[in-house]
Design a binder for this molecule. Structure first.
Ligand SMILES: [Ca+2]
Length: 215
């Protein structure tokens, strides 16, 4: 049994610009504490699960100062996780079953999630080194670059229904890592984002893709 982990980090609230090319505005918010939960703190396992994050692992060039262009890389394997909950820690084990590499790698995580209560949601992304959060293919948090544990928050209005989430992460040089994604609906405290908390209601059927006629 792993004890709950309380993380206290100053968070920057980041507002994404309306026009491409502009830098996001950043406001410092109060130091935030949240419980990281009691799961095992790792990036994921090779046990295939279709209802959480699917992470594709890549090797990146030594010396990388930012996230890679994933389209130009060949994947080395896949991992699966219900949440992204790796508090700041030393890391040297790599990915059992995939690779023992523990530095100069990147992971591209994707998942679907369902919003039952529409409204404004705050996300917080903590990483060592760089990371980015995309909701419905639009950037929500840019926490890229070679850096120690750093938390950035961003918010988004979400309609009822199914949404996509993508977290891109990279680890630069040895030996420390961190990757945590937290969420809060309006009036809630930030807590770890767990895919199982955002599943569609029983009996929900996905609408047909755009352009296809209903039968
Ligand atoms: Ca690092």
């Amino acid at each position: 049994m792993i004890a709950p982990f309380l993380l206290a980090l100053p968070l920057l609230l980041q507002e994404q610009p309306q026009k491409p090319g502009q830098k996001p505005e950043q406001k410092k918010v109060e130091e935030y504490k949240f419980e990281a939960g009691t799961e095992e703190f790792r990036f994921g396992t090779t046990v295939v699960a279709s209802d959480g994050f699917e992470g594709t692992v890549y090797f990146i060039q030594e010396g990388a100062m930012a996230l890679p262009n994933f389209k130009k890389l060949k994947p080395v394997g896949k991992i699966y996780a219900n949440s992204l909950n790796v508090p700041p820690q030393a890391f040297d084990e790599g990915f059992p079953g995939i690779t023992d590499r523990f530095e100069w790698f990147a992971i591209d995580y994707t998942a679907f999630f369902y919003i039952s209560k529409p409204g404004r949601y705050t996300f917080a992304l903590i990483s060592d080194d760089g990371s980015k959060l995309f909701i419905d293919d639009k950037i929500c948090i840019d926490n890229d670059g070679l850096h120690g544990p750093r938390g950035i928050a961003g918010d988004r209005n979400l309609k009822e229904g199914l949404h996509t989430i993508r977290v891109q992460y990279y680890q630069g040089p040895r030996n420390t890592v961190a990757l945590m994604l937290a969420v809060a609906a309006k009036g809630e405290e930030l807590h770890i984002f767990r895919c199982k908390d955002f599943r569609p209601p029983p009996g929900w059927v996905a609408p047909p893709p755009k352009g296809q006629k209903k039968k």
